[in-house]
Design a protein around this ligand. Structure first.
Ligand code: NDP
Length: 290
């Protein structure tokens, strides 16, 4: 089986690497030097888009559904019936359905198969995949995705992978913002930040943010750039649209989206790591969490 991977960013690069170790993998990236480096590191094959489109299974990991739709339009003349397009972008359910309909006209099927677990999870081949689409397409893609994922779940019809991912990331955002606020107050009152975190991580307020992000990125003052603030803000926008489509009450999740939009403006860059919101709260309060 021949695979193709488009979008060798923070997530795509290691994931395409795992695929290339097991399958013939054609690659394409907008900045082509990255594709050349990838080929050197993993034995993947940099190609033109027309050649990439010939794969049996084609993966994308791009910033938003807009870039995925644009890519689908560019590839459309070259695509073959029977190809399965697996989209690892954290995207928009409604836009994905439109893209899928366009691809269907060429006999190409589509799964929205969002990733979780961060760059570390991708590098360690321990990603989580939440996929929306048909059961048949999911069954076809699952054994291939096992090359880089430890948990792979078919969550429902087209668009539901994106919807679950958006809610998941809204929970990440709530936890990140809330823990930053709480830690600031504790430090201001003389509590040692490391001890506070140690206790929280052994108590009911713990979360992935408290266990795997805050100590490693904020307390160390490293703020490594692995997941851009702008991408998380994008996910929160998707989440709000999912909530509005459902019409269910969601004052908290809608509010956290506002917080992150403010953060993006205040920080002045969407490119910084999402943990920059802790820095912003530090700036507002004049207190450093350390
Ligand atoms: P990056 O910004 O690191 O990479 C984006 C990729 O998309 C790059 O390969 C970039 O090419 C390419 N790209 C951007 N714009 C275009 C375009 N117009 N046409 C073609 N290619 C384009 O993003 P991530 O890898 O961090 O994220 C990718 C997706 O995965 C996002 O939807 C994100 O929300 C999601 N995600 C990210 C996680 C993370 O921890 N980083 C975790 C889980 C999901 P170039 O190299 O030329 O810039």
């Amino acid at each position: 089986m021949r695979l193709a991977f488009i979008g060798l960013g923070a997530m795509g690069y290691p994931i395409a690497g795992h695929l290339a170790k097991k399958y013939e993998t054609l690659i394409w990236n907008r900045t082509f030097e990255k594709a050349l480096a990838h080929a050197k590191e993993f034995g993947s094959k940099p190609m033109e888009l027309a050649d990439v489109a010939q794969a049996d299974m084609l993966f994308t990991c791009l910033p938003t559904s807009l870039e995925v739709d644009e890519m689908a339009r560019r590839l459309l003349p070259y695509l073959r019936p029977g190809t399965l397009w697996v989209d690892h972008t954290s995207g928009e359910p409604e836009m994905a359905k439109k893209t899928a309909r366009m691809l269907q006209e060429k006999g190409v099927s589509y799964l929205d198969a969002c990733l979780s677990g961060g760059v570390a999870g991708a590098i360690q081949a321990r990603a989580t995949v939440m996929a929306g689409g048909s059961a048949e397409d999911f069954a076809r893609a699952k054994p291939v995705m096992e090359a880089f994922a430890a948990k792979i779940v078919h969550v429902g019809p087209l668009g539901s992978g994106h919807a679950v991912k958006a809610v998941n990331n809204a929970l990440l955002a709530v936890n990140l913002w809330a823990l930053s606020e709480g830690m600031l107050a504790l430090v201001q009152q003389g509590v040692d930040a490391r001890l506070a975190l140690e206790v929280i991580n052994a108590s009911s307020g713990r979360s992935n943010v408290s266990e795997n992000l805050f100590g490693q990125r904020v307390l160390t003052r490293q703020f490594p750039n692995t997941f851009a603030l702008g991408l998380l803000a994008k996910d929160l926008g998707i989440c709000v649209r999912v909530l509005e489509a459902a019409g269910t009450p969601a004052p908290m999740l809608k509010q956290v989206r506002e917080f992150f939009e403010i953060a993006k403006r205040e920080v002045g860059s969407a490119e910084v790591d999402h943990t920059a919101v802790a820095r912003l709260l530090e700036r507002w309060s004049g207190i450093e969490i350390k």
